[in-house]
Design a protein around this ligand. Structure first.
Ligand SMILES: Nc1ncnc2c1ncn2[C@@H]1O[C@H](COP(=O)(O)OP(=O)(O)O)[C@@H](O)[C@H]1O
Ligand SMILES: [Mg+2]
Length: 217
């Protein structure tokens, strides 16, 4: 059922400092995994490795489809998305910001139009389509970042602190978007948060990181 992600004994050092230590876990099945842990414990580093943007120094990271290990990282990267806490927004319209990921993948115009509209509606930004992205509020900017991730219909969606530094109304909207993504698209979702109540609301599984180690709840 969809992509499965298995990591085994993944370690990572930066400048001789051990950031990740022997991290092993399995993700998949359209479940939502919520990762919590102190600043600097290695959560974002782990997410970059899971999103195949970076490699561990040791250990294995395997994506499987029906038990077959997928080797083509480029093809794989099209099936997953990492949304960062501060999304780099291009100085153009909201529409073009979301369309970008499809354009670089060579998707045709009509499909881009339809999918961008869907993604913008899903995050409540349909009415801001032709606004300049840099003029959005911080909550809207967060939702724009999520729309950019959603538009490629990822099977695995990684969200690094999707509601950090925004107000309760935007937080509630983003939680609703995440739940909908799980229910309607059967995406496997991994997210990082510092809010234990939010973790309880959204997570099928709660995971903790401490000093670069994964500690299951
Ligand atoms: N590219 C990098 N180069 C050097 N050190 C890094 C890099 N990325 C992260 N670190 C260090 O790794 C540690 C863990 O960082 P991070 O994964 O961002 O933690 P978290 O997301 O849990 O706050 C921190 O001490 C951070 O300074
Ligand atoms: Mg982080």
């Amino acid at each position: 059922m969809g992509l499965e992600l298995q990591i085994a004994r993944v370690s990572k050092n930066y400048n001789g400092n051990r950031i990740l230590r022997d991290c092993s876990f399995a993700f998949g099945g359209g479940r939502t995994y919520v990762l919590q842990g102190p600043n600097g414990s290695g959560k974002s580093t782990l997410f970059r490795i899971l999103a195949l943007l970076e490699r561990g120094d040791r250990g294995t990271v395997n994506y499987l489809d029906q038990s077959v290990v997928l080797e083509d990282n480029l093809a794989l990267r099209r099936r997953l998305t990492l949304v960062l806490p501060r999304t780099g927004i291009f100085n153009t319209t909201v529409f073009k910001n979301v369309a970008y990921g499809l354009k670089v993948r060579g998707v045709d115009r009509a499909t881009i139009e339809a999918r961008v509209n869907d993604a913008l509606l899903a995050v409540g930004l349909g009415h801001k389509k032709w606004h300049r992205a840099l003029e959005l509020s911080s909550g809207e900017t967060k939702r724009l970042g999520i729309a950019r991730g959603m538009v490629i219909s990822p099977e695995v969606f990684l969200l690094d602190e999707p509601t950090v530094n925004i107000d309760p109304a935007n937080t509630a909207m983003i939680e609703a978007i995440i739940l909908k993504m799980k229910q309607e698209r059967q995406a496997t979702i991994l997210m990082i948060t510092h809010d234990p109540a939010q973790a309880q609301r959204l997570g099928d599984e709660l995971i903790f990181m401490q000093d670069g180690k994964i500690v299951p709840a």
